[in-house]
Ligand binder design. Sequence first.
Ligand SMILES: *[C@@H]1O[C@H](CO)[C@@H](O)[C@H](O)[C@H]1NC(C)=O
Ligand SMILES: *[C@@H]1O[C@H](CO)[C@@H](O)[C@H](O)[C@H]1NC(C)=O
Ligand SMILES: *[C@@H]1O[C@H](CO)[C@@H](O)[C@H](O)[C@H]1NC(C)=O
Length: 443
Amino acid sequence: MAISTTAAAAAAACLLLSFLISTSQAGSPCPFTSSDHSDLPLLHIYGKCSPFHPPKTESWTDTVIHMAAKDSARLTYLSSLVAKKPTSVPIASGQAALNIGNYVVRVKLGTPGQLMYMVLDTSNDEAWVPCSGCTGCSSTVFLPNVSSTYASLDCSMAECGQVRGFSCPATGSTQCLFNQSYGGDSSFSATLSHDSLNLALDVLPNYAFGCINAISGGSVPPQGLLGLGRGPMSLISQSGSLYNGVFSYCLPSFKSYYFSGSMKLGLMGQPKSIRTTPLLRNPHRPSLYYVNLTGISVGRVLVPVAPELLAFNPVTGAGTIIDSGTVITRFVQPVYTAIRDEFRKQIGGTISSLGAFDTCFTATNDASAPEVTLHLTGMDLKLPMENTLIHSSSGSLACLAMAAAPSNVNSVLNVIANLQQQNLRILFDLPNSRIGIARELCN
Ligand SMILES: *[C@@H]1O[C@H](CO)[C@@H](O)[C@H](O)[C@H]1NC(C)=O
Ligand SMILES: *[C@@H]1O[C@H](CO)[C@@H](O)[C@H](O)[C@H]1NC(C)=O
Ligand SMILES: *[C@@H]1O[C@H](CO)[C@@H](O)[C@H](O)[C@H]1NC(C)=O
């Protein structure tokens, strides 16, 4: 089944789009002012309030499908992070690919503050932005030379040794340079630097981040990335007692046009009662948020999967993470096959495929689609139907919005992704080593 691109569908999509644009101008609802101290609007990278546009004019569903197709590169990347020996990551140079980062926040960097839309990445620690003079960066870059608080760090600073991929000569004092791969098909080199980071109404002075000098590949976010992992260089570690190791986000519905959710930093304003599941720590990859997924149910049926396919193993990196940068939830092949087979059995009728999705059916069956439940230690996460199915742009098909991890990676990792996190508040509580999840209308 091909993705709908008939002239009629395209024309209809254009009509719909221009209608939405003209109505949007009436009362601009983009949430650009933060009234609350540590509460940041969270924008989908291709949502109406974001400055970025998908590379092609296409329907929203097709954009999501194309973004999901890029998940393979993300999975390769995440697998390279958990692998005991780092695998070499293929670099596709000059590739005009979709960017992998899915959600951006507006921050100001420097003094006076320069506005940047940085991608949130819960599976990364460092922050980095493209800087002036960068080779291969897009036009919007941070200008260190006009910030009165900017400083580059040299190799003698302790922070330099904490950055993944740093390189320093054995003797002499030079700038702390580092080179990292990103997104499975890209890499960049950067100078470790300090400057003031403004988040909503909070100011973090001397924030350590990478000032990017060169990029290769197409996946590095155009205005940088803010790492929300657990390692020493992440926002959570660098903000210390300001946020007490607590933050949460609520991803808006994929269907919502304005598409903004929220990120709350610190204890204030977090849900008072919330079901939680313990966070597991992988000493080899401390930045990833592992949880204990113990089983999956489709409708009332607990899908039969061998426990070792879900078990957390810090040595191999196996287990399940919650990630903000993958579009659809991926399971290791045998687990996905078991889930899909049970889902197909309960749906009945003809099954077709669409993009990354192999379990699609006529959308009139929607109401009969079974509920998917993720069983986590201490919590059953029943996915709302919106977090289970994706509809084709023509609306005639509904697909199970999950897939197997790509077969070209030696994958042991299950990833709970964005589409499955819509309209849920996900609370990361590091001092208590747990993740809380509650239903919330995010947009
Ligand atoms: C800062 O750098 C930019 C880009 O290199 C340049 O265009 C600009 O003139 C510089 N500004 C100052 C005040 O030096
Ligand atoms: C990062 O290092 C790799 C391996 O040495 C190199 O191939 C790549 O070009 C570097 N990336 C950048 C942007 O300098
Ligand atoms: C995950 O849950 C299973 C089932 O309750 C339990 O046997 C296992 O020890 C847990 N794993 C971790 C790492 O807590």
